[in-house]
Design a protein around this ligand. Structure first.
Ligand SMILES: [Fe+2]
Ligand SMILES: [Fe+2]
Length: 261
């Protein structure tokens, strides 16, 4: 199974960059599945129902998310559909809308279990333990016929991400980090065979601050007063993703592209 996992898509420049670059990326890698983290797709805050459909139509088969997911209310009912396009972290309170994992089937009848988890280090919310949540989901799915298991760990601290990678090493196909919007240079196969990357990065403004305009952010750092985040629609953007094929994890590679909108 050939898979492309795309980092957090950030606002309109992120979506436009996906529309522009995904056709050539698909042509080059011929993936069976394309998955993306969609938590920032609509103005940086969640993903609304219309953007979910447009990005799906553009070729993204499935979406994971993170803490921003509740900021667009119209997508919530979509998360409780029978075969939802979008999941939220599994260690959120269990009565939240949506689910934290799903088995996706490719056109060739291959089955991939996708698990979304949220970190707790340097995060102000009080989520359940991501390590024990992963154990529970793997146990629940232990009788399923699966061709791969992919974990999106949406977390701030590289320590927590590396630790989860080792914790799941040999039990899942890949553990990819999201949330920091900055791609890390540590793509590797762990001793037990699990493919690991601390952060995939993002798709969005290259010269902002993790996907939003830099000026309000600088004002916030200097004044310590609240500011309104804005996202300029034009300029240089990045497209950060990772490509891998199950069974050939050593040949995985990061896709780090730039373009001008
Ligand atoms: Fe994000
Ligand atoms: Fe995030």
């Amino acid at each position: 199974m050939k898979i492309i996992f795309i980092g957090d898509i950030a606002g309109s420049p992120g979506r436009e960059t996906v529309y522009e670059l995904l056709p050539q990326v698909k042509k080059e890698f011929k993936p069976d599945l394309i998955i993306a983290n969609g938590e920032n797709a609509s103005r940086g805050k969640g993903i609304n129902s219309s953007h979910l459909d447009k990005l799906h139509k553009a070729g993204i088969d499935f979406f994971t998310s993170g803490h921003h997911i509740w900021q667009q209310r119209d997508v919530r009912p979509r998360m409780d559909e029978k075969d939802p396009l979008l999941i939220r972290p599994a260690n959120f309170p269990s009565d939240n809308p949506g689910k934290g994992w799903r088995i996706i089937e490719t056109a060739m009848m291959k089955r991939l279990l996708v698990i979304n988890l949220h970190g707790r280090v340097f995060i102000k919310d009080h989520y359940d333990c991501p390590f024990r949540t992963a154990d529970r989901i793997l146990e629940e799915n232990s009788h399923e016929r699966l061709d791969g298991i992919l974990v999106d760990f949406h977390a701030e601290a590289t320590s927590e991400k590396v630790a989860l990678g080792h914790y799941l090493d040999g039990r899942v196909t890949a553990v990819f980090g999201t949330h920091t919007h900055i791609p890390t240079a540590d793509l590797r196969v762990l001793p037990g065979g699990t493919l690991y990357l601390s952060d995939v990065g993002m798709v969005g403004l290259k010269n902002g601050v993790i996907g939003v305009d830099k000026d309000p952010i600088l004002k916030n750092f200097l004044s310590q007063m609240p500011v309104k985040h804005t996202i300029t629609e034009e300029g240089e953007t990045v497209f950060n993703a990772v490509y891998f094929e199950t069974g050939k994890e050593k040949e995985a590679k990061q896709i780090l592209l730039d373009m001008e909108l």
